[in-house]
Design a protein around this ligand. Structure first.
Ligand SMILES: Nc1ncnc2c1ncn2[C@@H]1O[C@H](COP(=O)(O)OP(=O)(O)OP(=O)(O)O)[C@@H](O)[C@H]1O
Ligand SMILES: [Mg+2]
Length: 473
């Protein structure tokens, strides 16, 4: 994939997020810098530490959305974690490191998918030969194999429903893999004519990892985990499946045989270390209020900050696939920082996030744009849903402006929940229409314009009594 320039990254983010230019720029630069560093002489590259970012801003203004969209853009292992999850009961100590293991797991499946794509043709060809054998009721014996080998992991059983042409052409079938019955079967298989037929395939079943003293495999020492899984027997089980399903299972097996597992892991570790990106959402939940009050929860938060520090600073994390060095992993943190500030985080941790970007609160004008401009914007989604009912929905400009303005008012009067308020407003506006849509069609009404009057009628009364509307808007 071509590496995106900062401008291209921002342009992509612009398709989904309105405003917040500073934050978009910061993440775009950070991502580009990772690529720049990789072009350098390894000796110099080693010295360049990532410049981690904290995004600050009120709730519902696009912090998580930026990360989510960025994830879709970058061709790098990307993990989003809720920082607060590590403060929950049951998590302790080194579990913060599990984020690195999760990141590596993501990288492994990505590399594996890429490699699988490269061997796809060969794997598909081998799968086809095996399927034909199965359909013809031929179990390739060890001595009889012609061009293909009996697989270790899977043996082939007789077809559950014997295929007619198998017997028909049985006499001539010993000539070789390219005899007439094979070719006929191949033709039928390729045409999809056999998709619904049933076959028996033997599949390996690994029993689930046992829980040890309440510890799941995740909390276990990696070495221990490895040892345990090698002790777990993998059972061969004969399963009756459709040809299509058999194809999937066999393709999986053939692909696995063609892949070099060690290379996949090596490459995945390399990518994790050099291009890995972790989004630490809700990092403010780890900050301790500066008023000096300390509770049990604070102790746990401080603990998580302390555990996070070495990972962000750069250290080696042991995983069951090998050691991952975190020196160059990029961290982007985000938080609303409502009642706490960045300075309520441990100084060492603050120091590892030198770039701070503030996301601004959203105005009525922003809301109007959010309703209409992003790809698949909220109002467009509404139109599409009602379009299914045969109802063509249009919006008066003034209606859109009114929804935006009422959202801003609701945020000011009730509670500021940012752009999330738009969802509740739009739902309210469309409540009756959504309910009645099928009957409207029956009555011959095929189009509907959302007017300013309609919007105000639906929403304004809810804003008159602040106490009550808290529960309805
Ligand atoms: N600037 C924006 N442009 C378009 N949509 C937005 C914008 N800000 C927020 N939204 C939408 O509002 C919803 C909430 O946004 P998001 O999850 O990014 O909030 P947040 O800033 O992470 O808030 P919190 O601090 O509560 O986690 C999402 O559905 C998102 O698409
Ligand atoms: Mg968020």
């Amino acid at each position: 994939m071509l590496e995106l320039t900062p401008r291209q990254i921002v342009a992509q983010l612009d398709r989904h997020i309105i405003g917040q230019d500073q934050a978009k720029k910061a993440v775009a630069i950070a991502v580009r810098n990772r690529w720049r560093r990789r072009q350098l002489d390894p000796e110099l590259a080693r010295e360049i530490a990532p410049k981690n970012i904290i995004m600050l801003g009120p709730t519902g203004v696009g912090k998580t959305e930026i990360a989510r969209r960025l994830a879709g853009l970058v061709n790098a292992p990307f993990l989003k974690v809720e920082s607060s999850k590590y403060t929950e009961v049951g998590y302790h100590g080194r579990d913060v490191e599990s984020m690195i293991r999760d990141l590596l797991d993501l990288a492994i499946s990505k590399v594996r998918r890429e490699q699988a794509e490269k061997v796809k043709e060969i794997a598909e060809a081998r799968t086809e030969e095996r399927l034909i054998d199965l359909l013809l009721g031929r179990t390739p014996g060890p001595g009889k194999s012609k061009g293909w080998v009996r697989s270790e992991e899977s043996t082939v059983g007789a077809p559950a429903t014997p295929v007619a042409i198998a017997t028909e052409a049985a006499e001539s079938s010993e000539e070789g893999p390219r005899d007439a019955s094979r070719e006929l079967m191949r033709k039928k298989l390729r045409a999809g004519e056999l998709d619904e037929r049933t076959l028996e395939v033997s599949v390996a079943e690994h029993s689930a990892m046992p829980m040890l003293g309440g510890m799941g495999p995740d909390q276990m020492d990696p070495g221990m985990q490895e040892m345990l899984s090698s002790l777990m027997p993998s059972k061969q089980k004969l399963r009756s499946v459709s040809v299509r399903e058999a194809q999937r299972i066999l393709l999986e097996e053939e692909t696995e045989k063609l892949l070099d597992r060690e290379k996949v892991i090596e490459e995945a570790i390399e990518r994790t270390e050099q291009t890995g990106l972790i989004f630490l959402d809700e990092i403010d939940k780890l900050a301790l209020p500066s008023d000096g009050s300390r509770s049990g929860a604070d102790v746990s938060r401080q603990g998580v900050q302390r555990d996070l520090l070495p990972i962000v600073e750069g250290s080696s994390v042991t995983t069951r696939h090998g050691v991952v060095n975190t020196d160059h992993i990029l961290f982007i943190a985000a938080g609303a920082f409502h009642n706490v500030s960045v300075s309520d985080l441990m100084p060492e941790l603050q120091g590892r996030f030198p770039i701070r970007v503030e996301l601004s609160g959203l105005t009525a004008a922003d809301f109007a744009r959010i309703l209409t401009e992003p790809d698949n914007a909220i109002l467009e989604q509404q139109q599409a849903l009602l379009g299914v009912e045969g109802l063509e929905v249009a919006y008066e400009d003034a209606a859109i402006a009114a929804m935006a303005e009422l959202a801003a008012t609701a945020n000011a009067q009730l509670q500021n929940i940012g752009a999330r308020r738009l969802m509740t407003i739009v739902e309210r506006v469309f409540e009756e229409i959504n309910f009645e849509a099928p009957e409207l069609k029956a009555k011959g009404e095929t189009s509907l314009t959302v007017t300013e009057t309609l919007v105000r009628e639906r929403i304004a009364p809810l804003l008159e009594d602040g106490d009550v509307s808290k529960f309805v808007l």
